[in-house]
Design a protein around this ligand. Structure first.
Ligand code: ADP
Ligand code: MG
Ligand code: MG
Length: 888
């Protein structure tokens, strides 16, 4: 077993292919070293050590310490230094790195190896006392916080006190002598808090830091992040130990982060930020507002702080060349971290850059056009779920904006909501069903849950690469960062802007596309599919096998779905048409009728309205298939609930309130989900199915005349358990079709099929397929009936199942491919055996879930159907599934 892999001086034992073993950071540092790029030498302790650590009560394999010693000596040889040496001490950073990047989740310690003696050597070498003592105090604070668990605020207090005492404002006001005093204060704090002096032995420091990195794999932040991003705990983290380079060695030193293309828009322009005379996390932490890397970006941002291109042109040009090399090498946009020590450039990290969906599309399309990747790869690179970001509203350009401030456009999209100042409040607001904007000076990893709960994030400090910006982009939430003119007083719960005061609960709107912060709610515009988005969708359409339909019953939804590329309607829920204000009275009359006669009379009033609904849908779908489900929910859902409503309806329908109440009571069920619903209604009240069938056929004839594109309606019978049920309802439909044919003198083409949403139907699919020309998997009900979990009641316990690891996912969100999926597979197989060309689709929520769509491809379904705004997601997911099955 080899536990440690070294890199540096143009070579490495590892490579980018070894992410599982070395973590993303370690593997890419090795790769950069192999490419001959300037990388400070170092070594990576593998993720297998992490696994070993947790399997053996937090201890290490015996050989590890020898391997670490040897690797330290090798780094020493490459740098001409010795770890712990009083003359030429080797100082290192200790960095964590999992396979998937977990920004801000794990803690890095810089300047390790400094102590009361080596700090003097550092000062002598650099010829700069101030720098050395500043580095030392940073180390004590970082180490104290990350490894020894001393609250970082306590350190900041000591520094603030010293500044107050001396009348300083900025950290840069402090002299070497000041930093010495601060260091003494820090050491005293550590001794007081931990009961032990700050460790002076570099080896003890190193093992403390290594242990802290491995330990942090199981801290609450990391666990939350893994849960949100589906990263298994078993992966473990690697630890990279690397020779320090110093961005804080004066005015010719700097540190920065950059993206090879703009992570927000995808534009092919180097994009990044840096700080002169600063170290590592200063940029990300948003403590000072960073400067732009390129002149172009500086001018665009109207910044008066000079760009890197200006202040350090040599390092800048070398960096630009490296960006090109890395982008070509990895064939993807890179997120890079670098430090310049006295004019000399050092690369500290490379990884695939996180990006907004808009940027992802642009980068994929442009890279395919540049010939850097293939179209298939471009299609494969976009996370289908991320498209959701683009399918969110933006502010109506014509809307009045009561602008109260502005910051950086850190993550696009617009959102309105109540102001909240803490993440816990954000969760509380979300829980009561309201929307909120999380307003902070800056965010930290402890805010992840609040950022999730909020519609958008607003910070008053920090740049485009601050924690808030990076995490918001990853989550696809609108974010405005660094809105410096706003003042947040979280303690008092007020936000002041332009002399106006806003409190928690007040509504604001943020526009992550422009950086504007606006008072109140602003009208939004619905998204559309154009540009790179449309282009990539076109490529996806060429690849995919499955069709994508939509679940829609209103003309607005149907139109939106068509605009997003829906190829028909997979589920039209006719009950939604019954709820309409203009017809609910007639519907109630129908329900209240005692006799079949009475029901027919009421249904006659509904018929023309229902027919008109279908005419519109058929016209919009213009010849594309439309699946219409007969009435599904139990009738009591249409009856009034409150006393006031009861009286009103009774008067309108012409019955006594008592009679109405009796009827409501008579229809009440203990378990409506498993009650008098679905095809059971059509069996009890055939007149309802008759009316609906007639409306459908007459509408089909009418729409064919206006559009010249005849629709072949697919009439779908819900909640069928037995073939006899389907036969019964199909007879009604066929009878009405014959009648309408006779009346109109026109032949009517249609199909009758069923939903498969009960386990019995799935099992008896062979015989049901004798009557059904298509199956549509209603996986909401099928999940409910397979698990025996009521989806309306699941909220109170299903989350616990997921949290306790009893279920990997909520099966109502992502199809349970093992159990429910097996039933789908069985029904598909048995149905096809009876009827080889039986049409198969899915119309549950799962039809818009990428993982579930992948499963549908493996079963060979003909189409998926989902809500209009998920149609593009489904198109892309279907294409990716096709690519995957081609490979398999
Ligand atoms: P994260 O995973 O949070 O990005 P990193 O391990 O990349 O943490 O460390 C954070 C920052 O610390 C880096 O961006 C870099 O600026 C600085 N850093 C890490 N290692 C070194 C080093 N050997 N020399 C100088 N700076 C370093
Ligand atoms: Mg980093
Ligand atoms: Mg159903």
């Amino acid at each position: 077993m080899k536990w440690v892999y070294t890199f540096g001086d143009g070579r490495a034992e590892g490579s980018a292919a070894m992410k599982e073993l070395l973590g993303g950071k370690g593997a890419n540092l090795a790769e950069m070293a192999n490419l001959g790029l300037p990388v400070p030498p170092g070594f990576t302790i593998t993720t297998e050590v992490c696994t070993w650590f947790y399997a053996h009560e937090r201890t290490y394999p015996v050989e590890l310490s020898l391997e670490v010693d040897e690797a330290l000596r090798s780094v020493g040889r490459k740098t001409g230094r010795v770890f712990g040496d009083a003359e030429r001490p080797l100082l290192v950073s200790v960095r964590s790195g999992a396979r998937a990047s977990m920004p801000g989740m794990m803690d890095t310690v810089l300047n390790l190896g400094l102590n009361d003696s080596t700090v003097n050597a550092l000062a002598r070498e650099a010829g700069d006392d101030r720098f050395a003592w500043d580095s030392y105090r940073r180390f004590i604070q970082m180490y104290g916080d990350v490894v020894l668990g001393v609250d970082h605020h306590a350190f900041e207090e000591i520094l603030d006190d010293h500044k107050d005492r001396e009348g300083y404002v900025l950290d840069t006001d402090l002299t070497a002598a000041d930093w010495r005093v601060v260091v003494e204060g820090y050491k005293a704090l550590v001794a007081e808090e931990t009961g032990e002096a700050f460790p002076q032995d570099p080896t003890a420091q190193l093992w403390g830091a290594i242990g802290a990195v491995f330990g942090s794999w199981m801290n609450a932040r990391a666990i939350t992040y893994r849960r949100l991003h589906d990263i298994p705990a078993s992966w473990g983290t690697a630890v990279t130990v690397q020779a320090m380079v110093f961005g804080n060695m004066g005015e010719t030193s700097a540190t920065g982060v950059a993206f090879t293309r703009n992570p927000s828009t995808g534009e092919k322009l180097l994009y990044g930020e840096f700080l002169v005379n600063a170290q590592g996390e200063d940029v990300v932490a948003g403590i000072r507002t960073p400067q732009d890397i390129t002149e172009a970006a500086r001018i665009a941002a109207r910044s008066d702080r000079p760009s890197l291109e200006r202040v350090m042109p040599d390092a800048f040009h070398e960096f630009v060349a490296i960006c090109g090399t890395l982008e070509k090498h990895y064939r993807d946009m890179q997120d890079l971290e670098f430090t310049i020590e006295r004019g000399k450039l050092w690369m500290l990290q490379a990884r695939s850059g996180k990006r907004t969906a808009e940027a992802a599309l642009r980068i994929a399309v442009e890279m395919a056009d540049e010939g850097l990747i293939t179209r298939d790869e471009a299609v494969g690179r976009i996370d289908p779920s991320s498209l959701d970001q683009l399918l969110h509203p933006t502010i109506d350009p014509g809307a009045h904006r009561d602008i109260i401030g502005s910051g950086l456009p850190a993550s696009p999209g617009a959102a309105s909501g109540e102001i909240v100042f803490t993440s816990d409040e954000a969760e509380a607001v979300k829980q009561r069903g309201a929307r909120c904007i999380l307003v902070r000076v800056e965010t930290s990893p402890e805010d992840i849950h609040g950022m999730h709960a909020a519609e958008g994030i607003l910070t008053t400090r920090g740049g485009m690469t601050s924690h808030a910006a990076v995490v918001a982009r990853g989550m696809g939430k609108p974010c405005v960062s660094g809105a410096g003119s706003l003042k947040v007083d979280a303690g008092r719960g007020v936000l002041t802007a332009l002399g106006r005061t806003f409190r928690a609960g007040d509504i604001i709107t943020i526009d992550g596309g422009t950086g504007q912060v606006i008072a109140g709610e602003v009208p939004m515009r619905q998204p559309e599919l154009s540009g790179n988005f449309a282009k990539l969708m076109g490529w996806a359409d060429e690849i995919r096998r499955m069709r994508v339909r939509t679940n829609a019953e209103t003309p607005a939804d149907a139109r939106a779905a068509r605009a997003f590329g829906a190829e028909g309607i997979g589920l039209c829920r006719t009950e939604h048409m019954f709820f309409d204000a203009g017809r609910i009275t007639a519907v109630r009359e129908m329900i209240l009728a005692d006799t079949s006669e009475g029901r027919r009379k009421a249904l006659a009033k509904i018929l023309p309205m229902q027919r008109q609904d279908f005419v519109e849908l058929f016209e919009i779908m213009h010849g594309l298939p439309v699946t219409i489900r007969l009435l599904d929910p139990p009738l009591h859902e249409f009856l009034p609930k409150t006393e006031g409503e009861l009286d009103e309806i009774a008067a309108a329908v012409g019955v006594t309130p008592e009679k109405l109440k009796d009827r409501v009571n008579a229809l009440a069920e203990f378990n409506p989900m498993l009650g008098h619903r679905g095809c059971r209604l059509a069996i009890s009240y055939p007149e309802i199915a008759e009316m609906q069938a007639r409306a459908i056929f007459e509408a089909a004839i009418a729409a064919a005349k206006t559009t010249g594109a005849p629709v072949i309606p697919e009439i779908m019978v819900p909640l069928v358990a037995t073939k006899a049920e389907l036969d019964y309802v199909k007879d009604i439909v066929d009878r009405i079709a014959a009648a309408v044919t006779k009346e109109s003198g026109l032949d009517i083409a249609y199909q009758v099929g069923t939903m498969i949403e009960l386990p019995r139907a799935a099992l008896r699919a062979a015989e049901i397929a004798e009557a059904a020309e298509f199956f549509s998997f209603g996986t909401n009900d099928l999940t409910q009936t397979t698990f025996g979990i009521s989806r309306d009641d699941a909220a109170s316990f299903l989350g616990t199942y997921v949290n306790k690891g009893l279920l990997a996912h909520d099966p109502f969100v992502s199809l349970d491919t093992e159990g429910v999926g097996e039933l789908v597979q069985i029904a598909a197989d048995r149905g096809r055996r009876t009827r080889a060309d039986i049409k198969l689709g899915i119309c549950g929520e799962h039809g818009g879930d990428p993982a579930s769509i992948g499963f549908c491809e493996t079963v060979g379904l003909d189409y998926v159907s989902c809500s209009p705004f998920r149609v593009p997601i489904a198109r892309l997911a279907a294409a990716q599934s096709a690519l995957k099955s081609r490979k398999a």
